[in-house]
Design a protein around this ligand. Structure first.
Ligand code: AMP
Length: 324
């Protein structure tokens, strides 16, 4: 019951209407790993430069994350991202992206990382995602995230990567952009209709995704399988400070919860509870900048919001003789 995540480990400079932070700990793999660490053992894999501090690594260690797969590239610079949000925290502008050590990155997987039964391919170049995926032929569950950049410049590779995973986690708008379909349900149907790949000689299974998750920011998230649909609102909050990493934290909650239930079939029951945990983790992430809130989060706080969310999303059948 362990997860390997491959993706960015970053310094983020972020400005929102409520404040700003310079070069704080960020990166998709970091946000994912911190969230998933509440549920299972996590190995984080990604490159950093000489400038990456021991304090940042200590943040991950303090949550029990295995950091042996963090590769320090001598003379290199850590991935840097700068973003700015306006009053609508659902949309942001990327001011700067400096790939640094991510340019020319070739994932090196430790034996511990390769032994994981669950894999999360965070947002990186889709051919790299495929390279990593091929090294986990027997993984029980593989999920992938991506972004508009790769849909724009590497769509064919991304489509091929999607065909090799069990679960796709994307923003609503990205799902529409990827499929050219105008709404979530038809976009998901389109992905399900793509041919699964023929198994390559490496033995990596060609099964195609069975779960599609659409992140909808402040409005929550929806889940589509071939047979069912489920949606949850975001946990209602009065104070949202910084949404950076919310998507990766959400993915950490979802994939972490699934990893923690190896004996249970990947059906609606498990997926819906996983969605609830993902929603709650993301709700804590946005309350402060970067990883600040998740670093202090305690398991009992997750439990409290799960109960609230359960309560908020219940309603009775209310039989009524309807007119007409
Ligand atoms: P999210 O808000 O969940 O979309 O994730 C934001 C995180 O993704 C930040 O911590 C960034 O460091 C990281 N990020 C932003 N752009 C990229 C990119 N092009 N590739 C990989 N990671 C990125």
């Amino acid at each position: 019951m362990s997860i390997t995540v491959v993706g960015s480990i970053a310094y983020d400079t972020v400005k929102t209407p409520f404040g700003e932070r310079e070069r704080m700990l960020g990166g998709a793999a970091v946000h994912f790993a911190l969230a998933a660490s509440f549920f299972a053992d996590v190995c984080v894999v990604g490159p950093v430069g000489d400038d990456f501090g021991e304090e940042q690594i200590a943040v991950m260690r303090s949550r029990g994350v295995n950091v042996d797969g963090i590769e320090r590239v001598a003379g290199g610079k850590t991935f840097f991202w700068q973003g700015e949000y306006g009053w609508d925290l659902n949309s942001r502008e990327t001011i700067d992206t400096q790939l640094g050590v991510f340019e020319g990155f070739e994932p090196k997987l430790t034996d511990t990382a390769l032994a994981s039964d669950v894999l999360f391919l965070a947002n990186i170049q889709p051919d790299l995602q495929r390279q990593v995926r091929a090294q986990f032929p027997d993984a029980r569950f593989v999920a992938l995230d991506s972004m508009n950049l790769w849909i724009d410049i590497a769509r064919d590779s991304l489509v091929a990567a999607i065909a090799e995973v069990d679960c796709v986690i994307l923003n609503d708008a990205e799902l529409r952009q990827l499929t050219g379909k105008p709404n979530l349900v038809s976009a998901a149907r389109e992905i399900f209709s793509w041919d699964p790949p023929t198994p390559p000689p490496s033995g990596s299974p060609g099964r195609g995704p069975s779960v599609i998750v659409a992140k909808q920011g402040e409005y929550g998230a929806a889940l589509v399988t071939r047979e069912s649909f489920f949606a949850l609102p975001a946990y209602p909050l009065e104070t949202v400070i910084d949404p950076t990493g919310a998507g990766d934290t959400f993915a950490g909650g979802l994939v972490g919860y699934i990893a923690a239930h190896p004996g249970e079939p990947l059906g609606d029951e498990l997926l819906r509870r996983a969605m609830a945990h993902a929603t709650v983790l993301a709700s804590y992430n946005v309350e402060e900048f970067g990883t600040e809130r998740i670093e202090r989060l305690e398991g009992r706080e997750i439990g409290a919001r799960i109960n609230d969310l359960h309560e908020m999303t219940q309603f009775s059948g209310a039989p009524l003789a309807l007119r007409g």
